[in-house]
Design a protein around this ligand. Structure first.
Ligand code: UDP
Length: 238
């Protein structure tokens, strides 16, 4: 069971890959629209929503550096990829009548607002969905860490990690039939067992600030809203 079944402010983290559908790369608009509808169903409950979207469907810094690019340059390209995903999500949400702001950790005033914490809080209070883009704005980080950082700054009650699996397993459930899902697991166990929930710095930042992480499947229609009400299967890391 989750910590609580009513939330007033949450952060939804999804990977860039969640937006690519079956294409294997880039953005698949119907998939973006489907996830936007999931967000709307939670927004309709009056929950204040922050989002962080990865960029792995377009570019990953580590991949670029493995192919000989300078790591920091490659990481900035990865951060720019997250802005593209954020804009796609913004468009899909606005098409559903939801007011949104894309808030970028790298200033690009023509495209997105700069990150100003108090301003972002105000947007949330006005029920605008805040999509935090460009990660933390720093190379060598990931959007998981950006999610943990923004969730803390915005005083979210939990991070919801929307994945392709319905929680944290002791081994990859797509490869092992006997994989077992945890209902609860501690931050330290996730780190010690090297379970691929989030990267280690994101887990540590969440642990040090007592921010629960709820891992659930975004493939389940109505999943996000259900999980907030404590329904369905998921894992709580705390
Ligand atoms: N990135 C970065 N700093 C950040 C967030 C992201 O340098 O604070 C870069 C990094 O290169 C990363 C890429 O942006 O590979 C895309 O983000 P991520 O891999 O977290 O996306 P996801 O796996 O969630 O799709």
């Amino acid at each position: 069971t989750p910590e609580k079944t009513t939330y007033s402010r949450v952060l939804l983290k999804i990977s860039g890959e969640a937006l690519m559908g079956d294409q294997g790369f880039g953005l698949h608009p119907p998939t973006v629209e489907r996830i936007a509808a999931e967000v709307k169903s939670v927004h309709d409950l009056g929950v204040e929503i922050c989002m962080v979207i990865g960029g792995g469907n377009i570019f990953r810094g580590l991949q670029g550096s493995a192919q000989g690019m300078e790591r920091t340059t490659a990481d900035y390209m990865g951060m720019l990829a997250t802005v593209m995903n954020a804009l796609a999500m913004q468009g899909a949400l606005e098409a559903l009548g939801i007011h949104t702001r894309v808030i970028s950790a790298i200033t690009m005033n023509e495209v997105a607002e700069p990150y100003i914490r108090r301003r972002a809080v105000r947007h949330l209070e006005k029920k605008r969905v805040c999509i935090f883009a460009a990660g933390t704005g720093n190379p060598y980080f990931t959007t998981d860490t950006a999610a943990a950082l923004r969730a803390n700054e915005m005083a979210c009650e939990a991070i919801f990690m929307g994945k392709q699996v319905d929680g944290v397993y002791d081994k990859d459930p797509k490869k092992h039939d006997d994989a077992v899902r945890f209902d609860h697991i501690s931050y330290d166990d996730v780190l010690a067992k090297r379970l691929g929930v989030m990267d280690a710095s994101a887990i540590a930042l969440s642990r040090d600030n007592n921010l629960p992480i709820v891992v659930f499947s975004l493939d389940e229609p109505g999943g996000f809203r259900g999980i907030l009400a404590g329904e369905g299967t998921y894992t709580v890391v705390k």
